[in-house]
Design a protein. Structure first.
Length: 608
């Protein structure tokens, strides 16, 4: 007999009919749920703790079919062993009866497209009973790709930006320069310029105030650069509309100026930048004055690559530094030859220092006594020389600047001071009272910023046993008047018991009125004044004023570069205490000096 559900339900008691309705509704809901889960893009797998698959939706099977060699899906752990071998151990280590084993675990599947793009499987697994787990699988390839693109964009941006200053970095500078070169080559002529800026003696800030202060100076300097360039973009001077400031090294910056109204506009812009950078920097409770050197390459001079243009700008910057701070130099092709020569000199100088090719000559300093009195030697000045094995004697003018720029000046200065002190003590032992009483040794600008200079001088004095009163260090006027740091170093040197001489006086930054602020014991009048003392009233007045101020401060004076008797007579009448120059002697080797001393009629007994 056919089963009539409607009739049977009518015949059942009302309570039983309600139970049947609930069962039918449950079955329908369950079947609907199962149908939904089987159709949903989310793959579901019910499995035993050992990985055996108990139930798998079609979506899960499709996702797992992307696995390499996926033919057997009876065990989920086995199927994923090649790409997620940790799953079995994760389940084994999970001791709770229920709970989440892993959430959104991302599994990189083998490349599944002809182009080799990897697909990614997302897996979340939960223990639903002591004997069963439920795994949810999803295709998260697009999500991972979006995250990777986002990460790549962030990394790319970070790789193009200086973290300290926020400026674009060297790579961006080269790229921007190359774009301008290519545009010019393609006939889209645009006037542009590249500026290479270096902070002079930046290490001094780090050494004296710490790296945090140095970082703050760089941030402030970068801010000033950006502010000045924004003014240019708005048209407030310079007439251009595009400018890029970049940090390309520790204390190095490059500025790319595009679409200059006229090539000469670069001079106005450069000077304005220098003026802005010259203003003091407030660091803590101090006001720091920072000096910079700057090189310029005009677009018309640009090489074929951005890297070469930056190198040329760096060469021009080095030229500007050699000429003094707070100025700039425009690149010229001849600078490359000079830079190449300096590079060769640097290489050969390193070898010379290692092989002992440097030596010292000595020029006597004599007392300016009345005519007819015996010549009295009061001391000698030590002068470094380089005997090159192929090129002969190399002038100090050629290699001292190179030594300062490449960091060799410390070792060079140490060798010269040690050799001179050893010779001086040998003269004292062999000549007795006829030996010079004073040894003068030059100290270069770069040496005054070496942190171990004072220790080096002290150690050399101790090892050679030279009496402190017999040693005099000479510094140029411009160095002594430079800043508080230099004066502090000079005071520390003077505390060793030696004396200090102010060399080339009259050519530097200081004046007679500021002479009393400098920690020196002797003033050397520059040869440029002495050479005209017998023919120029102006130079005679300058020398006389210098001598009078020096005497009022109880400082001795030496006239440099005396070559004629007329010059000697003139500076003697003006009151100079001592003289030095070819009239008395050229620089001599140690042996030649001993012979000169033997031939001289007297050695000053009151020196130094």
């Amino acid at each position: 007999m056919a089963f009539d559900s409607d009739a049977s339900q009518d015949a059942l008691p009302a309570a039983d009919a309600g139970i049947v309705d609930e069962v039918v509704d449950y079955r329908q809901a369950y079947e609907s749920l199962v149908q939904f889960l089987y159709q949903a893009p989310l793959g579901l797998v019910r499995l035993a703790p050992d990985g055996e698959v108990q139930m798998m939706t079609p979506a899960a099977a499709m996702l797992l079919n992307a696995l390499p060699g996926s033919g057997d899906l009876d065990n989920l752990f086995d199927a994923l062993r090649g790409v997620a071998p940790q799953l079995r151990q994760l389940v084994a280590d999970f001791r709770a009866p229920t709970g989440t084993v892993c959430t959104a675990l991302r599994i990189a599947l083998a490349p599944a497209t002809p182009h080799g793009e990897a697909s990614w499987l997302g897996l979340t697994m939960r223990k639903i009973s002591p004997h069963a787990l439920m795994a949810a699988l999803s295709d998260c390839t697009l999500e991972v790709e979006r995250e990777q693109r986002s990460l790549h964009d962030r990394l790319t941006d970070a790789s193009r930006t200086d973290a300290l200053t926020g400026l674009p970095n060297r790579g961006v500078a080269i790229e921007r320069i190359q774009q301008l070169i290519d545009a010019r080559r393609a006939g889209r002529a645009r006037s542009f310029a590249v500026l290479f800026l270096n902070v002079d003696r930046f290490h001094q800030i780090n050494d004296s105030l710490g790296h945090a202060a140095g970082d703050e100076v760089l941030r402030l300097l970068a801010g000033r650069l950006q502010a000045q360039l924004r003014r240019r973009v708005r048209g407030d001077g310079g007439g251009g509309h595009d400018a890029t400031a970049t940090r390309i090294g520790n204390d190095e910056f490059a500025i790319v100026l595009d679409d200059l109204g006229r090539p000469d506009d670069v001079h106005t812009i450069t000077q304005r930048l220098l003026d802005a950078l010259l203003m003091p920097y407030g660091i803590g409770d101090q006001q720091l004055h920072v000096r910079v050197s700057l090189g310029v390459v005009l677009g018309a001079q640009a090489s074929t690559s951005g890297v070469e243009v930056l190198n040329d700008a760096n060469i021009a910057m080095t030229e500007s530094r050699r000429g003094g701070s707070l100025r700039y130099a425009v690149f010229e092709p001849a600078m490359r030859d000079r830079a190449a020569r300096r590079g060769l000199i640097e290489e050969e100088l390193r070898h010379a220092l290692a092989q002992g090719e440097l030596y010292v000559e000595y020029q006597p300093v004599v007392a300016l006594d009345a005519p007819g009195r015996p010549l009295r030697c009061t001391g000698v000045e030590a002068l470094v020389r380089w005997r090159h094995p192929r090129r002969g004697i190399v002038s100090p003018i050629e290699f001292i600047g190179v030594a300062e720029a490449c960091g060799l000046i410390g070792e060079l200065g140490r060798q010269v001071l040690a050799a001179a002190c050893v010779e001086f003590m040998r003269w004292r032992a062999e000549l007795g009272p006829r030996a010079p009483r004073l040894l003068a040794v030059n100290v270069s600008r770069a040496q005054l910023f070496l942190p171990d200079l004072v220790d080096m001088v002290r150690d050399t004095m101790c090892s050679t046993e030279i009496p402190p009163a017999c040693l005099q260090l000479e510094v140029t006027e411009s160095m002594a008047a430079e800043d508080e740091h230099v004066r502090e170093v000079l005071a520390q040197l003077r505390s060793l018991g030696l004396s200090l001489a102010l060399d080339d006086f009259g050519t530097g930054y200081s004046s007679l009125s500021s002479l009393h602020h400098l920690p020196v014991d002797l003033v050397k009048v520059d040869r440029s004044f002495v050479s005209q003392v017998d023919s120029s009233d102006y130079h005679r007045v300058l020398i006389e004023a210098t001598v009078q101020v020096a005497r009022s401060l109880r400082l001795a004076t030496v006239a440099e570069g005396i070559e004629t008797e007329a010059q000697a007579q003139a500076v003697r009448l003006l009151g100079c205490d001592k003289g030095q120059g070819f009239l008395y002697s050229r620089p001599l080797s140690s042996a030649a000096l001993m012979a000169w001393l033997a031939a001289s009629t007297a050695v000053a007994a009151d020196a130094p």
